[in-house]
Design a protein around this ligand. Structure first.
Ligand SMILES: NC(=O)c1ccc[n+]([C@@H]2O[C@H](COP(=O)([O-])OP(=O)(O)OC[C@H]3O[C@@H](n4cnc5c(N)ncnc54)[C@H](OP(=O)(O)O)[C@@H]3O)[C@@H](O)[C@H]2O)c1
Length: 161
């Protein structure tokens, strides 16, 4: 399983249920990378999708403990159930948010990380892969600047044991 995330300089990823700063280059990178794949999101992240609808061109799964209806989503009751679903699919991306990244990280061996070089106030964070001994940068994929904000896309991989 893989994951994709956009982080600010302090590895913050969001505030008040949304991302305070987004870049169209990153949205495009997300769309291109995850197209045709299964994407797994937490219920709070799903509520931030446009119209709270499944992302088009992808198979969508939502993690929730609630009994509510989630049309267009496969419902998973926990990380184990999401991991089981992932085994039945081709390429699978964990797409957040904070609690789902944390719980699903042990199942992931690749992480596509967009570093957006700003530091807005966040209330939700991603684990800092740069200080985690079992993760390393495999490739620098892209970099650029948008509206005066520098960004880079990096591919991290779990180190082989
Ligand atoms: N920068 C990025 O790339 C990026 C990407 C995605 C999200 N985000 C940001 O991350 C923030 C949201 O993250 P978050 O941590 O607050 O919420 P989240 O992880 O998106 O969703 C949390 C919800 O997922 C469900 N859930 C979590 N663990 C579960 C488990 N073990 N079993 C069953 N259901 C489980 C629960 O839903 P129920 O309450 O329904 O039970 C829980 O309330 C937002 O600010 C968003 O913008 C950033």
């Amino acid at each position: 399983m893989e994951l994709i995330v956009a982080v600010y300089d302090d590895w913050g990823i969001g505030r008040d249920g949304t991302q305070p700063i987004t870049l169209s280059a990153d949205r495009r990178f997300f769309r291109e990378t995850t197209r045709g794949c299964l994407v797994i999101a937490g219920r709070r992240t799903m509520e931030d999708f446009p119209g709270k609808k499944p992302l088009p061109g992808r198979v969508n799964a939502v993690l929730t403990r609630s009994d509510g209806e989630f049309p267009g989503f496969t419902v998973c009751r926990g990380p184990e159930e999401a991991a089981k679903l992932a085994k039945e699919q081709g390429r699978v991306f964990v797409i957040g948010g904070g609690s789902v990244y944390r719980q699903m990280l042990p199942y992931c061996d690749r992480a596509y990380v967009t570093k957006i070089h700003v530091r807005p106030e966040s209330d939700t964070f991603f684990p800092n892969l740069d200080v985690m001994e079992d993760w390393e940068i495999e490739k620098r994929l892209l970099s650029g600047e948008e509206s005066g904000i520098a960004y880079e896309m990096l591919l991290y991989k779990r180190k082989e044991q």
